[in-house]
Ligand binder design. Sequence first.
Ligand SMILES: [Zn+2]
Length: 423
Amino acid sequence: MKLEKYSLGVGDRFGHQAKAQLSACRRASEAGIEVVPVWNKSHREHMTIGSEPASVRRAADEAVKTLEWQGSYYVDADHIHLGNVDGFLTCSDYFTIDVAEAIGKEIGRPAVDNFLAHHPELVGRVVIPGIEEPFDISADRVREIAANYLRAAGEAGKVYRYIQSARDGSPFVAEVSMDETDRPQTPPELLVILAALADEKIPLQTIAPKFSGRFNKGVDYVGDLEQFEKEFNDDLAVIACAVDRYGFPDNLKLSVHSGSDKFSIYRAINRALKRSGAGVHLKTAGTTWLEEIIGLAEAGGAGLALAKEIYAEAFAQVDALSAPYAAVIAIERDRLPAVAEVAGWSTERFVDTVRHLPADDRRPRSAHFNPHLRQLLHIGYKIAAKLDRRYYDLLIACEESISRNVTENLWVRHIKPLFSPES
Ligand SMILES: [Zn+2]
């Protein structure tokens, strides 16, 4: 099972948008761009929504059948570890093994010594084709990186082998994620991490490091664009080198988590992919739920009323909703409009406030666009989950406006700038 060069993680929290998401890939295919969908949903999201992993597989299969999609597609058990992988074993064929928790955990001196003895190539002047300036990594530095990441690599190996034996030979795509941590991993660190993962004999197809800069939920990238581009290019070179040196599958690629709405880095990614010929996996999740809200509002009437009600509830619970997301949101409370004000908004006003357009779009970003409100709604899906049938019934009633927005968002604002040859 070999993941294609370009793939898009399509999170679908409430499980109603698989067809609309697949339509975006179909639009790409009609335009000559091959992007395969990977439906991702984490244990955490299942817990919040009250859904079962098998429901993602069902929705994906049904969408593929209805749209007669001939390409590949995958179902990703996102951010799993030994404690929660069991429910995903039969219905997923893509596993994102999250080892961020194990980063920095104590590892004995002998393990570090052993790693260094096996990897003399990592010490000193390390020349990576595609990176102008060779890395100069002292033995102490390699030792430090190894001490920080060896436990995580070992954990990834353990989880990989567990899945492999539980699936009894049934093939799957393996990703290792380290993005949900405080500190970004530099390209030299990535090289050491890949060496450690190779020692674990994981046939890795994607790896999700933490990049520098802020990847806030549902809004644009915040950080130094030039530095991001350099780091991304260096990471691609490190991966190509690791494929050669350590025998990883030749399609090994970067996975960009919290990748939706990061408009200002898409051109840099596009350039890097074209220049290097590399592939990428970009994960999106909450952006589709935000399009559901926009679609509800566009439908007017009960749809608009429910969108406002969700905002009002989220506003009331802002502290509780924000707590688990502190590292990945930046909501300024005093920039959130009062509930009474939002209650008086027209459809147009509500949509203009939530819809996120690239700043350099030919249409200028609406003066009403409010990233604080948008982030609050992003983390407010718990509110909709609690509405249960009321929410699902309106999703069905407002299907036209919702699916139109879901498809357009993924195709026009994500796939096109990322993968289009003209972009
Ligand atoms: Zn992630």
